[in-house]
Design a protein around this ligand. Structure first.
Ligand SMILES: Cc1ncc(COP(=O)(O)O)c(C=O)c1O
Length: 369
């Protein structure tokens, strides 16, 4: 396939060679199921899963029992809803913000539509479209998008949680760290959140693995049942394993888990260079037809073009071998708040260079006169 300038890291990261090599080696030489066998190879797979879990736990400052492997952030966000509802039947209000990705909010909206939850409340955004911590309403559950996938600004998660707990000490806090984790270190203990999710494929791991952090693992029942999560079964009773096993029914995405720890090593040593965003921002801003929506120091570059539909722009730059994202980014609420149905988003990964930025700028100059 032809080489492209890949400016779509926020949709999915390209995979570092080390991740590909680790996965290929595992598939060629190390493959077996985990948690099932007694042979040396099966034991080695268990060790690999444990090492990867340890790597994730260290990465977000969690304990290993608090790290559950899922298939992606969406899976984690949906599972959290069921985990919470299994424990508390009286969830009445859920607070959200317009920064949310559809995956974070839709499962709750659906419950409101079915009359299972009374109301969705909103945290307000300030004039820069950041969550105003003082506007956080009293609620049973609070969803916090730590970084919007449209505007790319880190939110003050600690302050938001602190203020939410002042209003309701028992509020259950859910952090969507899918974009935040790409650019920032995470300390779940400092944040003191109840749940957190991220996707492996957005940080250089393969598709099919996600991270779910659960603070109080003993407080919650699993949302799925099956192999690998019980200590004992009788005809009418089961004794669950301890976390994380009790939350991991069925075979895990082993190859992806193998690559995940390597991806985290890579990400920690090579974060995306956000100077490229600033550079493109400064150049694009000179064009009077381009309206910047993101700020110069954001992790993403998001804009619209006067008189040109984002889809047309995407097709033009695509024809020039540049991959980027156009549309509502599955984040309709913030697009609406910004006043547009669709936007154009450039996102960079560690592989991008100044030459990529220059190529993009010259293509834009050609098509947006
Ligand atoms: C902020 C945010 N949350 C959740 C998701 C969903 O991620 P996935 O599709 O990997 O489940 C995305 C994907 O773009 C995202 O940007």
């Amino acid at each position: 396939m032809k080489d492209v300038v890949y400016f779509d890291a926020a949709a999915s990261f390209l995979k570092p060679e080390s991740v590909i090599a680790a996965q290929v080696d595992f598939l060629r030489r190390g493959y077996a199921n985990a948690g099932r066998g007694v042979c040396a190879r099966a034991g080695a797979v268990d060790d690999m899963v444990a090492r990867s879990r340890r790597r994730v736990a260290d990465f977000i400052n969690a304990d290993i029992a608090q790290v559950v492997f899922t298939s992606n952030a969406t899976d984690g966000l949906n599972r959290i809803v069921n985990i919470i509802l299994n424990r508390f039947d009286k969830i009445s209000t859920v607070a959200v913000s317009d920064l949310d990705h559809h995956s974070a909010r839709l499962p709750w909206v659906e419950l409101v539509a079915r009359g299972k939850i009374r109301k969705i409340e909103k945290c307000e955004l300030d004039e820069n479209f950041n969550i105003n911590p003082n506007s956080v309403p009293k609620s049973d559950v609070l969803i916090i998008t730590a970084m919007s996938n449209v505007l790319g600004v880190a939110q003050d998660v600690s302050a938001i949680i602190r203020i939410a707990r002042r209003k309701n000490p028992n509020v259950i806090t859910v952090v969507d760290a899918t974009q935040y984790i790409v650019h920032n270190n995470i300390d779940v203990k400092k944040w003191d959140c109840d749940f957190l999710v991220a996707s492996g494929h957005k940080i250089g791991a393969d598709t099919g693995v996600g991270i779910l952090y659960i603070r109080d693992t003993d407080k919650y029942m699993p949302d799925k049942f099956g192999g690998g999560m019980v200590m004992r079964v009788d005809d009418d009773e089961i004794v669950l394993n301890k976390s994380p096993d009790k939350f991991e029914a069925g075979t895990l995405p082993l190859t992806q888990i193998c690559g995940l720890s390597v991806a985290i090593d890579e990400l920690e040593s090579h974060r995306p260079d956000l100077n490229l965003i600033k550079y493109m921002y400064d150049e694009l801003k000179k064009n009077p037809r381009i309206k910047m929506l993101s700020s110069r120091d954001a992790a993403l570059l998001t804009f619209v073009i006067d008189g040109m539909h984002p889809l047309d722009f995407g097709a033009y730059v695509g024809a020039n071998d540049i991959c980027l994202r156009v549309g509502n980014m599955c984040a309709s609420w913030i697009c609406r708040a910004l006043g547009f149905d669709g936007v154009i988003r450039v996102s960079v990964g560690p592989w991008n260079t100044i030459a990529d930025a220059d190529k993009f700028i010259s293509v834009v100059k050609k098509i947006v006169k």
